[in-house]
Design a protein around this ligand. Structure first.
Ligand code: FE
Ligand code: FE
Ligand code: ZN
Length: 281
């Protein structure tokens, strides 16, 4: 299956996002579960959720990839920030149950000087606190650029978190191409090698989604600045190889490139064309 879409705003509700993505020509999407900076959520209306669910089944959408707030830091050195993060995670996952069978991705966190090991422990602890065996959502840790004190800039760190989570089957990984590149993984020169490394360290069966972005910066820059497809340092050829890699086929690809609506439509069309041609070749 080919699942491609982009980040959308939840401002006009859930069903509106589904309609927008149909207009954009895609069949999956991501949205911030709350204002990325603020942290508030909008109230949910049952009819709105049902409206989206109808679109998802009618149009054969792939799994959606909700995104937790940037302000959610489960391993902050500040106890209050950690507690707030835990509340956000709990509420977000409760709400995800209204849309069963989808994915919820978040940035593992920043240890703010506590050290990576402590960060890893606290992230796993938070997940152990909120995950329930009967949840219909798979929770994804995003691969990070390793900016500042970010946890999750290496596959090993993500693996260490997953190893500590009791309901580890409810968890997986979202592969952000910009972040992974900025973290130092050579997606341009050795894509097979990077994915082999992912498989050896984490296991490709844990990979559930791709954030498909070019990067403004060089490999290993630890910066995290997304770029439009083909206009950054990863480049069109390497991105095409990623889109066509058999290890990633069937995963939802979410664009988080700096685009307006027309730009997103164009990128969705481009990636869809690559995938369709690649699979009939
Ligand atoms: Fe992200
Ligand atoms: Fe991302
Ligand atoms: Zn990013």
């Amino acid at each position: 299956m080919i699942y491609i879409g982009c980040h959308l705003s939840v401002t006009d509700g859930y069903a509106a996002m589904g309609k927008t993505m149909c207009d954009f020509g895609g069949n999956t999407f991501a949205w911030f579960t709350r204002n990325p900076r603020g942290g508030k959520t909008r109230p949910v209306e049952q009819a709105d959720v049902e409206g989206l669910r109808a679109i998802l089944s009618e149009k054969d959408f792939g799994p959606l990839v909700a995104h937790g707030s940037y302000t959610m830091n489960l391993c902050s050195g500040k106890e209050e920030t950690r507690a707030n993060g835990l509340d956000m995670l709990r509420q977000d996952l409760e709400r995800m149950e209204l849309l069963p069978g989808n994915l919820y991705n978040f940035h593992p966190g920043a240890h703010t000087g506590q050290g990576t090991e402590k960060g890893i422990e606290e992230i796993a602890e938070a997940l152990n606190e909120v995950l329930r065996a009967d949840m219909q959502t798979t929770v994804l840790l995003e691969t990070m650029a390793g900016k500042g004190s970010e946890v999750g800039g290496t596959f090993e760190e993500l693996r260490e978190i997953l190893d500590r989570v009791k309901l580890t089957d409810r968890c997986g990984v979202c592969f952000d191409t910009c972040h992974t590149w900025d973290a130092g993984y050579d997606l341009v020169g050795d894509l097979d090698g990077v994915l082999k490394q992912f498989d050896d360290v984490i296991g490709l069966s844990r990979l559930k989604a791709v954030h498909f972005n070019d990067s403004k910066n060089d490999r290993g820059s630890h910066k995290d600045r997304h770029e439009k497809l083909g206009q950054g340092r990863i480049g069109m050829e390497a991105l095409r190889r990623i889109a066509l890699h058999p290890a990633l086929s069937n995963l939802p690809f979410i664009l988080e490139t700096p685009n307006d609506d027309a730009g997103y439509m164009e990128e969705i069309r481009l990636v869809k064309t690559w995938m369709e041609e690649g699979r009939t070749a």
